[in-house]
Design a protein around this ligand. Structure first.
Ligand code: GCB
Length: 715
C-alpha cells in the first residue's frame, strides 16, 4: 500500500524532469535544476587557480543551456554575430550546502558539456569527462560543506582536435559540423539516500529493460536494475504502467547486503505494441527500491513493446510488417543559438520532420538530447542512434591511439546505457565515414579504422544483444581517385549504410540505383541502406535551368532549383529498391560548419530541406511532403525566385493530387497532370511587373490552392 501511494505520487509528477529539493529532506530522490546562477567567461589561457581567484568583474551571468559559440550566417562573410572560438570556457556558481541533507548522497548531473568537462568543488578537482554528447555525473558528497556555500567550477574545453591538443584523443576528431563549447544542455543536483538505484553507471538510468516475446505469446520484460549500497531487508519492485497511468503488472525481489544487480522479468499478457508512426503506444517501467521504513529511490523509464527485423532482400520489418524507412538526419543546432537548444526547439524540429511525412531519423553523428529520443518514441520515429566516431582515427599513419580507443569505448557504453530504454532506437551506429582518410590517401594503410570498429561492434553486442549495429561508409566503389588499399567496411557491422552523393560530389545522378544494385549483389546477405543522400540549395540563388547550370558543390552558387531536381531524381531510385532497409536525407536542416563557405551562406552546410533558423521550408521539403505525407499538398516551387529577369519560365508544382489547375494573373493557363507528384507547365511567359501564379487542386476533402508572386524586371 505504502509503495503504491509513493508510486502514484511520483507518477503524478512523472512528466516533469526536475522538481524542487524536498524541504522536509524526505528520504527519497530529489532533483534540483541548476539552470540559473551560473557565471561564465571564456579564457583559453587560465588555470583553475586563475579561475578560482578571478573576481566578479571577469564573469558574466548566464543560464543553462549555454554555449559561447555562434556559427553560420546567411550572408557572404562573417560578421560579429559569429563566435567560432575553440578553447576553454569557465563556469562557476555556488551550491548551498545548508539546504542539503548530510545523511544523503549528492550528485551533479550534466546532460552534456562540449567537449571535455572538468569539475572542481571548493577547489578540489573531482572529475573529467571527455565527449560532448553524453550525460555524466559527479558525486559531491564527500567534498560538500553542509554548513554553507560551496564553490562549483566547471571548465568546458572545445579546443580544435590537433596532435598534442587536449582533445586529440576525444572522438570525433573531424567532421564538417562544429563542436560547440559549453554546458549546452541542462544540469541538476540529485540527492539520494545512501541505498539507491545506481547513479555511477556511465550516466545511465540504472534500469535497463528488454521486452522479449515468450513461447506462450506473452511478453517478458527482462529488466536489470543496478543498485548502490543495497542492504538486506530492502526490496526492488518493478511496475509496468500503461499510457493511462495504470499499473498493469509488477514483480519484486528481496536484495541482500551489497547486492549490485537485480534481474526481474515481469510479464505482460497482451501488450499493445509500439507500432511506429501508426501507433507509438508507450508503457513506462518504474523501478523502486524500498527499505523497511518505506521507499528509498525510484526511476521511471519509457518502455515500448515491439519486434524488429532486418532482411537483406526484403528490408525492414516492425512487428512483422514491412516498413519502408523514409528518413532524415538532423544536427542539434539553430542559427544564433548554436547547440544551446530549448525543449521548444527540439519539439519544433520533430514536428517539422513529422509534417514532411518521414518515419525515421538518423541521429547523426552523435547522441542528441534525451528529449530528442523521447520525442522519437512519442512520434513513432524509427531511430538510428550513433556514437561520434567520425572521419578520423588519428593524425598519423598509425592505428588508433589507446586513449582514443578507450574514449570511443566509453562514449559507446554511455550512449547505449543512457538511451537503452527508448523503443524508437533500432540500431546502434558504430562509425561514420571512418574510411575517408585512407580512401583519399590522406593517411597510409596502417591508419585502418577496422580494428576499432570491431571492438565497438563487439562492445555494442555485449551491452545490448537486442539491437544490431550499423556503419555509414563513405567510399566503397564510388567514383574518384582513391587508393587501392581502401578498407572495406561492409561486413564489420550487422547492417550497412552508404553515404552517397551521385550527381553532387561525384558521378551522374542516375548512377545511384545501379551502384546500390552492385553493392547488393556484392553483399547479398548484408542488409543495406542509404545512410545519407543530399545536395545543397540556397535560399536566394535561383535558376530557370538548374540541370544545365553548374553548381559548385563546396562553393557558390548553389541554386535552390538544383536541389529540387536532384531530389526528384534521387528519391525514386531509392524508393523502388525494396532490399534497402532505409534511407536518410542529408540533412533535414541547414547546420553550422566552419569548413563551408557555400551557396549564399557562411559557415553553413546548405543541404538542409529547411533553413538553419527553421523559418524557410525549401522547395525540396515540399517535394518530400508530397511524396510521403498523408496531408494534401499543393506547392508552387521557385517561390523565392523573385525578382527575375527572364520572361520565359516554367511553373512546377509539388502535389499529391492527380492534377493541378494553373492560373497566371487571373487567367486560366492549363490543367496539368502530376507525374510522380510533380506537375509542370513549360514554357510560361511572364509579363513585366508582378505576376501572380495560382495552383489549385481538388482533394476528397476539398480544394486547396497555392499562390506566389514573381516580379519580372528588365535585365
Ligand atoms: C558526409 C558526412 C556528413 C557531411 C556530408 C556533406 O558524408 O557524413 O557529415 O555533412 O557528407 O554534406 O558533405
Amino acid at each position: 500500500m505504502r509503495l503504491m501511494t509513493f508510486l502514484l505520487a511520483v507518477l503524478l509528477t512523472a512528466c516533469a524532469t526536475t522538481t524542487e529539493l524536498a524541504s522536509d529532506h524526505s528520504h527519497a530522490r530529489s532533483i534540483t535544476a541548476l539552470t540559473e546562477g551560473w557565471h561564465f567567461t571564456y579564457r583559453d589561457d587560465w588555470t583553475p587557480e586563475d579561475a578560482l581567484a578571478a573576481d566578479a568583474q571577469h564573469w558574466e551571468a548566464v543560464s543553462l543551456p549555454h554555449t559561447w559559440n555562434r556559427l553560420g550566417e546567411y550572408r557572404v562573410g562573417r560578421t560579429a554575430a559569429t563566435d567560432n572560438r575553440q578553447g576553454k570556457g569557465w563556469y562557476r556558481r555556488t551550491i548551498d550546502g545548508s539546504a542539503l541533507d548530510p545523511a544523503m548522497r549528492h550528485w551533479l548531473e550534466f546532460d552534456a558539456v562540449g567537449n571535455i568537462a572538468s569539475v572542481w568543488l571548493n577547489g578540489r578537482h573531482l572529475a573529467r569527462h571527455g565527449g560532448a554528447f553524453t550525460r555524466f555525473r559527479v558525486e559531491l558528497t564527500d567534498t560538500l560543506d553542509f554548513s554553507g556555500e560551496n564553490e562549483l567550477l566547471v571548465r568546458a574545453d572545445n579546443s580544435d582536435p590537433q596532435p598534442g591538443s587536449t582533445t586529440q584523443h576525444v572522438i570525433p576528431l573531424l567532421g564538417d559540423f562544429f563542436i560547440h563549447g559549453g554546458i549546452y544542455r541542462s544540469a541538476r543536483l540529485i540527492s539520494v539516500p545512501i541505498s539507491h538505484i545506481a547513479l555511477d553507471d556511465f550516466g545511465g538510468p540504472g534500469i535497463y529493460a528488454t521486452p522479449r516475446m515468450n513461447s506462450s505469446g506473452a511478453t517478458d520484460i527482462d529488466a536489470l536494475v543496478r543498485l548502490t549500497e543495497a542492504r538486506s531487508g530492502q526490496r526492488v519492485t518493478l511496475a509496468i504502467i500503461d499510457a493511462d497511468g495504470d499499473v498493469v503488472t509488477q514483480a519484486n525481489a528481496a536484495v541482500s547486503d551489497g547486492q549490485r544487480e537485480v534481474r526481474l522479468s515481469p510479464q505482460l499478457d497482451e501488450p499493445r505494441l509500439w507500432n511506429g508512426r501508426r501507433d507509438p503506444y508507450l508503457y513506462h517501467i518504474v523501478a523502486t527500491l524500498e527499505g523497511p521504513d518505506g521507499p528509498l529511490d525510484q526511476v521511471k523509464q519509457p518502455l515500448g513493446i515491439r519486434t524488429i527485423r532486418f532482411d537483406a532482400t526484403e528490408g525492414f520489418f516492425l512487428n512483422g510488417e514491412h516498413v519502408q524507412l523514409r528518413g532524415v538526419s538532423r544536427h542539434q543546432d539553430y542559427l544564433g543559438q548554436g547547440w544551446a537548444l530549448s525543449e521548444a526547439d527540439n519539439a519544433r524540429d520533430m514536428a517539422i520532420i513529422a509534417e514532411m511525412g518521414a518515419n525515421s531519423v538518423r541521429v547523426a553523428h552523435y547522441p542528441q538530447a534525451e528529449q530528442w529520443f523521447d520525442l522519437a518514441d512519442r512520434y513513432g520515429m524509427i531511430v538510428w542512434a550513433e556514437v561520434p566516431f567520425v572521419n578520423k582515427i588519428g593524425f598519423g599513419d598509425d592505428e588508433a591511439a589507446p586513449e582514443l580507443v578507450e574514449n570511443s569505448r566509453t562514449q559507446m557504453i554511455e550512449m547505449i546505457r543512457q538511451y537503452f530504454n527508448h523503443p524508437s532506437i533500432v540500431t546502434w551506429g558504430i562509425g561514420n565515414e571512418v574510411d575517408i582518410d585512407l580512401a583519399f590517401g590522406r593517411l597510409g594503410p596502417k591508419a585502418d579504422a577496422r580494428p576499432l570498429l570491431r571492438e565497438l561492434n563487439a562492445l555494442s553486442h555485449r551491452e545490448d544483444p537486442s539491437r544490431p549495429t550499423v556503419i555509414a561508409d563513405c567510399c566503397e566503389a564510388t567514383p574518384g581517385d582513391k587508393v587501392d588499399y581502401l578498407p572495406v567496411l561492409t561486413g564489420e557491422a550487422d547492417l550497412m549504410g552508404y553515404n552517397r552523393y551521385f550527381g553532387w560530389y561525384y558521378g551522374e545522378i542516375e548512377d545511384l540505383g545501379p551502384h546500390l544494385d552492385m553493392l547488393h549483389k556484392r553483399y547479398p546477405s548484408v542488409p543495406l541502406s542509404v545512410s545519407e543522400y543530399g545536395a545543397g540549395g540556397s535560399l536566394t540563388d535561383h535558376s530557370n535551368d538548374p540541370e544545365g547550370r553548374p553548381t559548385n558543390v563546396t562553393g557558390r552558387p548553389q541554386p535552390e532549383e538544383f536541389q529540387n531536381w536532384w531530389h526528384e531524381k534521387s528519391w525514386p531510385q531509392i524508393r523502388e529498391r525494396r532490399y534497402l532497409w532505409g534511407s536518410w536525407i542529408w540533412n533535414m536542416f541547414d547546420f553550422s560548419s566552419r569548413v563551408r563557405q557555400e551557396g549564399d551562406a557562411t559557415d553553413i552546410n546548405t543541404k538542409g530541406l529547411v533553413s538553419f533558423d527553421r523559418k524557410v521550408k525549401k522547395d525540396a521539403f515540399y517535394y518530400y511532403k508530397a511524396q510521403w505525407s498523408d496531408e494534401s499538398v499543393v506547392y508552387i516551387t521557385s517561390r523565392r525566385f523573385s525578382p527575375r529577369t527572364e520572361a520565359e519560365t516554367r511553373i512546377k508544382v509539388y502535389s499529391n493530387a492527380p492534377e493541378v489547375s494553373l492560373m497566371l494573373n487571373g487567367e486560366a493557363l492549363s490543367t496539368v497532370a502530376c507525374e510522380d507528384r510533380v506537375c509542370t507547365l513549360d514554357p510560361v511567359i511572364l509579363t513585366p511587373g508582378t505576376n501572380r501564379v495560382t495552383a489549385r487542386a481538388t482533394f476528397p476533402d476539398g480544394e486547396i490552392e497555392d499562390v506566389v508572386e514573381w516580379a519580372l524586371t528588365a535585365k
